[in-house]
Design a protein around this ligand. Structure first.
Ligand SMILES: Nc1ncnc2c1ncn2[C@@H]1O[C@H](COP(=O)(O)OP(=O)(O)OP(=O)(O)O)[C@@H](O)[C@H]1O
Length: 342
């Protein structure tokens, strides 16, 4: 385990800048994710940490020492890719033992380390099987055990679950979390899956166009994104433009008390789907919305409602509403976030 610092790192390929002034400070034993759309520079960042690539500018420190001059094999960073890249002609035991043998570790120490890892990945009884005889999840477990065998300072995971089906993916996420906590190993996970990043990370670096837009805890990123572009990474939200007058948001036919004393001429509020609440419409209730669309997804139902000139999207555990139903509308005002120009 190790503390990792990426300091003002930039990288270009063929004079096109793919990373611009990246700064990430990873604590000992922390699991962070690099989250962003395809091409934003996640894998390049991982390769810079591993030493597969070198930055044009900036520095990378492990435990406060620059590793830029160290080759990949000297950095003690283990990388696991989406494709398992196991050696097909070696059995599971030999695959896991490979890095230890290269380091000329005595046979009895190799044996005890590999046995411990086989137990951790629950494949002790399969140790003489070859990769072709394993399921996708088992292969990925072997790939992680092989990476951990050499006791790396940092574990780098490049979209390790994307080729697995959804049930296996959930199982592998839990497995990696368990193993990461057990060995307290500093880990960087590359993913484009927001749910995966939210579930697994101590902190998430949101990357867009080669820049870190926000580096924060899952909770803060979801509840208090600094910008709309970061908010949108974590799913569709509702946005309404209006004014803020002494803490009361005002737009056409909408007044929401945000419980503060601030005033802005132009702001845009962001309301998450789960913060719009539908209730039975009462006779004297003026906030009436009509259900326009319904999408049932099992544990919740997504609705689109028309409220005056607004179309709002919300999620509810109530799956019994139908298109055309009139419902009263409420907002969870304490969860409303706003973006403004002073
Ligand atoms: N060796 C290379 N030579 C030239 N361009 C490259 C090289 N590696 C990456 N790029 C470019 O750099 C940009 C960032 O690539 P990178 O693989 O880091 O993105 P990513 O966020 O990991 O994307 P994905 O999720 O699709 O893997 C892309 O435009 C890519 O085409």
């Amino acid at each position: 385990m190790s503390e990792v610092k990426i300091l003002s790192v930039s990288k270009s390929f063929n004079s096109s800048k793919v990373l611009n002034n990246i700064n990430i400070d990873i604590k000992n034993g922390e699991l962070i994710s690099l989250l962003g759309p395809s091409g934003c520079g996640k894998s390049t960042t991982l390769k810079l940490i591993a030493g597969i690539l070198n930055p044009d500018e900036g520095d990378i420190l492990f435990d406060n020492k620059s590793v830029l001059k160290l080759k990949t094999e000297k950095r003690d960073a283990a990388i696991v890719f989406q494709e398992y890249l196991l050696f097909p002609h070696m059995n599971i035991y030999e695959n896991i033992a490979f890095g230890l043998k290269v380091k000329k570790i005595p046979k009895k120490d190799v044996d005890s380390r590999v046995s411990e890892l086989l137990e951790t990945i629950k494949l002790s009884s399969e140790k003489y099987k070859y990769p072709s005889e394993l399921s996708g999840g088992q292969k990925q477990r072997v790939a992680i055990a092989r990476a951990l065998a050499i006791n790396p300072k940092i574990l780098l995971l490049d979209e390790p679950f994307s080729s697995l089906d959804i049930n296996l993916r959930n199982e592998m996420r839990e497995f990696v979390l368990e193993i990461q906590k057990k060995y307290n190993i500093t880990t960087v996970l590359v993913t484009h899956d927001k749910e995966e990043a939210l579930i697994m990370s101590d902190r998430i670096a949101v990357m867009l166009d080669g820049e870190i837009k926000q580096f924060d805890t899952p909770y803060n990123l979801y509840k208090s994104p600094k910008t709309k572009e970061v908010a949108n990474i974590f799913g569709e939200r509702n946005y309404i433009k209006g004014k803020l007058i002494n803490g009361v948001f005002k737009a056409d036919n909408i007044n929401i008390d945000l419980n503060n004393n601030e005033s802005y001429e132009e702001i845009e509020i962001m309301i998450s789907k789960e913060d719009i609440i539908l209730d039975e419409a009462k006779e004297n209730n003026c906030n009436i919305a009509t259900i326009a669309k319904k999408r049932y997804v099992g544990d919740k139902t997504y609705y689109e409602v028309k409220y005056n000139d607004y179309t709002l999207k919300l999620s509810s555990t109530n799956d019994g509403l139908e298109i055309g139903d009139n419902m009263s509308l409420k907002f969870n005002s304490h969860n409303i976030k706003y973006f403004c120009e002073k």
